[in-house]
Design a protein around this ligand. Structure first.
Ligand SMILES: [Zn+2]
Length: 203
C-alpha cells in the first residue's frame, strides 16, 4: 500500500506568510493532480505553541532544548489555531484523509513529520509501505521527514516538482535533495507519478 504525504503546505510557508518559501504556493497544482491517485492522503501541519523554542524572542532553557538546529532562529510561524497555520487554500482539502499535527513540543523544532506525531504508527496500521512525498520546505521539514521515513523502513518517492526550499544558504535545496537520494529516496515528477498511478492506468 502506498500513501501520499503532504508536508506542511501551510499559509505561513507560502508567499505572504510569516516564513515564506519562495514559490511555495506553486506546489498546489502538482499535488492536487495526485490526490485521486492514492487511497490514503495525509497532510501534516507545523503546529507550534506560542512559546515554541524555535521562535525568535522566546526564552529557551538550553538544557531542555533537543532540536537539530539552535533555538530561536525562525520568525514566529504556524502558531496553533492561527490562519497562518491552516493548510493552504489551493490544496483541495476535501481529498485529505488525515491531518497530522507536528512540532507541538516547545523544546525541539520538530522538522520531521514523524517526530512525536504518531505518523509512523498510523502508516503502519494502514499497511503503508511506500510514501510519495511533497511539501515545504525541501531543506528542512521535507528532508527530515524523508530521512526519517527511510530510517523507519518506508520506501520513498519524492515528487520533484511538488517541493520548494527556504534556501537560507544558496544550494541548501540541492544539498537536501542529494541527502535524500543518498538515503535511498527516488525522485519523480507529479506527471510521471500520475501516469503510473491514475485510476484506470494499466499499472
Ligand atoms: Zn516550525
Amino acid at each position: 500500500m502506498d500513501a501520499l504525504l503532504i508536508v506542511d503546505f501551510q499559509n505561513d510557508f507560502t508567499p505572504g506568510g510569516a516564513l515564506p518559501v519562495p514559490e511555495g504556493d506553486k506546489i498546489a497544482e502538482p499535488l492536487n493532480r495526485l490526490l485521486d491517485d492514492f487511497d490514503l492522503v495525509v497532510a501534516t501541519r507545523d503546529w507550534h505553541p506560542p512559546d515554541h523554542g524555535s521562535f525568535q524572542g522566546v526564552d529557551v532553557d538550553e538544557n531542555a532544548w533537543r532540536g537539530t538546529d539552535p533555538p530561536s532562529i525562525w520568525p514566529v510561524h504556524c502558531v496553533q489555531g492561527t490562519p497562518g497555520a491552516q493548510l493552504h487554500p489551493k490544496l483541495d482539502r476535501a481529498k485529505i484523509d488525515v491531518v497530522v499535527d507536528k512540532g507541538q513540543d516547545p523544546n525541539t523544532q520538530g522538522y520531521s513529520a514523524f517526530q512525536d506525531s504518531g505518523l509512523g504508527d498510523l502508516l503502519r496500521e494502514r499497511g503503508i509501505e511506500r510514501l510519495y512525498v511533497g511539501g515545504l520546505a525541501t531543506d528542512y521539514c521535507v528532508k527530515n521527514s524523508v530521512l526519517d521515513a527511510r530510517s523507519r523502513g518506508f520506501d520513498v518517492t519524492v515528487i520533484a516538482d511538488a517541493i520548494r526550499g527556504v534556501e537560507v544558504e544558496p544550494g541548501d535545496s540541492d544539498r537536501a535533495i542529494e541527502d535524500m537520494k543518498d538515503a535511498g529516496a527516488v525522485f519523480a515528477t507529479a506527471a510521471q507519478v500520475d501516469q503510473l498511478r491514475a485510476p484506470g492506468s494499466a499499472l
